[in-house]
Design a protein around this ligand. Sequence first.
Ligand SMILES: [Zn+2]
Ligand SMILES: [Zn+2]
Length: 347
Amino acid sequence: MDGFCHPIRDVWERFLQRCYEAFPCLSDPERRSSLGLKLALVAMHVVFAGALLILDRNMLNATRDNPWYFATYWFLFFVTLLQYFYTSGSSPGFVIDAMRAGCEIQSTSRRPPKTTKQSASVKDASLIIPIYSHQPVSTACSVEATSWVKLIMDMYPPGSSSRHWTCTYCNVVQPPRSKHCHDCDKCVLQFDHHCVWLGTCIGQGNHSRFWWYIFEETVLCIWTGIMYITFLRNSMSRAWWRDVVAIMLLVVLCICLIFLLLLLIFHSYLVLTNQTTHELIRKQRISYLRGIPDRVHPFSKGVCRNLYNFCCASRSIYTIEPLPTLEEIEDKKRPYTCWDIVTCRCC
Ligand SMILES: [Zn+2]
Ligand SMILES: [Zn+2]
């Protein structure tokens, strides 16, 4: 697996570098317009799908012959755009919000027993914080912040200093796997990356929505490509410029498809191994991951459990995972035997 991770990391870093060189505004939050990027993305969809309607004069007849085929295509088209805006407007799970939710629980748990059932709990050694309040932080919260520090420091090995894990920008203690995003100016739980196209961070709260978005976008791209190829293969006589425009759009579509497929495969791999892009790329810079071999995925609970947690995780809770113990890491380092393969140890 060592050989698998390194090329992904190198290709991703090179790709980001090229993007920033080609479009310097993407790397500069001040010069980047979130609304402009959203409009550009919608315009791109409209151009690719709308051009087919203009180029193919036979499209209306084809729609009449196969209404379900085209109805499904346009349904996917609008669902993909809706998913884009849905993901773009979703919260990635900010540490400060989890802390406030934790504070609310702390303060309500001191009231009569009616509300105590909604309390921070430790399940499977992970800290579970229900999201049931988006009220502004109370004045008592600054006092309760000490409880947050204690809860989080229990997730790190004994003897760790809270100062080391305090974000210098937000002034909150970061749970394991979180990172400060300079674009959002907040710390994000299970930080994956900041997506400039969506204008939001991808983290614990919206990673599954992001995966579904790139999946839908990939299917839409393949389907649109098939429609372009069908148009070009059609031997009906037409003006030469229609073919030239269709070929040019198809080439751009193929480039987008390669990028989307790579992104989909990459994020599916991250989901199955319970990793984030940040952890995979910056492994050597994250102190608690440094020195762990690439083939060992410290937060993985097995392929099936990782997939279940990713797909079926409740959107009404924040889950904070503790760092794995040295024994757990050593166990994961153990080479696979024939018995491990028979008993599906990786699952
Ligand atoms: Zn921060
Ligand atoms: Zn961000």
